[in-house]
Design a protein around this ligand. Structure first.
Ligand code: ZN
Length: 406
């Protein structure tokens, strides 16, 4: 979910960014354990997936199938549960693959698919740039689930007509039901669910404004989130459904959170769209030479100036960057005999951009490298520096102008 065009497509919960933790991909989304790739799309499992897999396996083998197919032994229920849970996750994966392959067909790169606690999520490199693309990429997911529902119901029907064992037809029928449930849930019109994406595409087309469409669709998404939380609390407190109730509360929280984050991201992207690195940077930053002793670097620069970092240059050519954090990381007793070049981040690990680079791309590069500053240079000549502070100042200024216009 955040930053520039990092769209993630979680389902059935949402397509927004899940809480980032563990290893981060370029989109800041947790990538999980890689299990393989299909058609060039990487498939990963988030750690939370294992919790949900065993929860579903347990529910299938312990509750659902014993009720629907009486007379099978315990091992049989376990086998049915395992096959049912595996087919359910394959169904989720096919839903996400439908989104991913359609995005690729429309020229939008896909970084991979992650299955996590609320379902699946296809991570695309950017959002669709037209309402038509948005619509078609969103609609193929529920269509895939609908086709799967028809397939499983078909198998159940043919199975019972042909005298197949009850164990087989019950599993098939239940998967048909679950896929149908996925279609219904995902078609709810709140962004970032598929239905919300379709609604946004329609409003975007009708009003010509992606932001208006997103505002309405994410507003409904937040409302749905609160509705699910309310429903969850009701079934928890009144109905006594502990797991089901908590589940709804979590999905509702996740959906509302994702809707809000998605809208903020669209606003940010829109604000940043006209900005380039050259316009955002602090020009002609003060620099330090590579052979400057550390003691002097601290006394004459960090303690005299309001900056937390300095580009290191020699004859105007940038060699690296030194930050206050790097100095702090070294005990004072070790400063003697050390120079700036000994502690600085060398050029190959510094994000360097051309002044014409759009700010959206600069932010993406900074996030990918997990740094908070970038240098702006052309033909090895240092022109400026961009820090989080510069960016925050621009965003604040643009927000003020926005409010004046509104
Ligand atoms: Zn979907």
């Amino acid at each position: 979910m955040s930053q520039s065009s990092q769209t993630v497509r979680p389902d059935p919960g949402s397509r927004s960014r899940p809480p980032a933790r563990g290893r981060r991909t370029s989109t800041g989304v947790f990538a999980g354990i890689r299990v393989g790739s299909i058609g060039g799309v990487e498939i990963s499992l988030d750690y939370s997936w294992f919790i949900i897999f065993f929860l579903i396996l347990g529910t299938f083998a312990g509750v659902v199938f014993p009720a629907q197919a009486p007379g099978v032994d315990r091992f049989g229920y376990l086998l049915m549960g395992f096959i049912g849970a595996a087919l359910f996750f394959i169904s989720l994966l096919l839903h996400e693959l439908a989104h991913a392959f359609m995005a690729i067909r429309r020229g939008i790169g896909v970084e991979g698919i992650t299955l996590f606690i609320f379902g699946g999520m296809a991570r695309t490199e950017r959002d669709a740039s037209t309402p038509g693309d948005e619509f078609i990429i969103a609609v193929v997911g529920p269509l895939a689930s609908l086709a799967l529902a028809a397939l499983f119901y078909g198998i159940a029907w043919a199975g019972s007509a042909g005298g197949a064992p009850l164990a087989v037809t019950v599993v098939a029928e239940y998967l048909g039901f679950l896929n149908l449930l996925l279609v219904i849930f995902n078609m709810l019109p709140g962004f970032p669910l598929d239905g919300g994406r379709i609604l946004r595409a329609g409003l975007w087309k009708a009003t010509g404004s992606m932001r208006k469409g997103t505002g309405i669709a994410t507003g409904i998404g937040r409302g749905l989130g609160w509705g699910l939380i309310g429903l969850g609390l009701f079934s928890l407190l009144v109905g006594g459904a502990l797991i089901g109730g908590l589940w709804l509360v979590f999905i509702g929280w996740f959906l509302g959170h994702a809707a809000r984050a998605s809208y903020q991201q669209v606003l940010l992207q829109e604000m940043l769209a006209p900005l380039t690195a050259g316009r955002t940077m602090t020009p002609n930053p003060e620099t330090v030479p590579p052979d400057l002793p550390l003691e002097e670097l601290v006394q004459s620069y960090f303690l005299q100036r309001p900056f937390n970092s300095f580009p290191v240059t020699e004859d105007g050519v940038p060699l690296g960057m030194v930050t206050l954090g790097q100095i702090k990381a070294m005990p004072r007793s070790e400063w003697a005999g050390k120079v700036t070049a000994d502690v600085m981040t060398p050029m190959e690990r510094v994000v360097v951009v051309d002044p014409d680079t759009p700010m959206i791309d600069v932010i993406r590069k900074m996030q990918r490298a997990e740094v908070r500053r970038a240098l702006v240079a052309r033909d090895w000549e240092l022109l400026g520096i961009i820090s989080n502070t510069d960016l925050a100042r621009w965003i604040e200024r643009m927000t003020l102008v926005e409010e004046d216009r509104a």
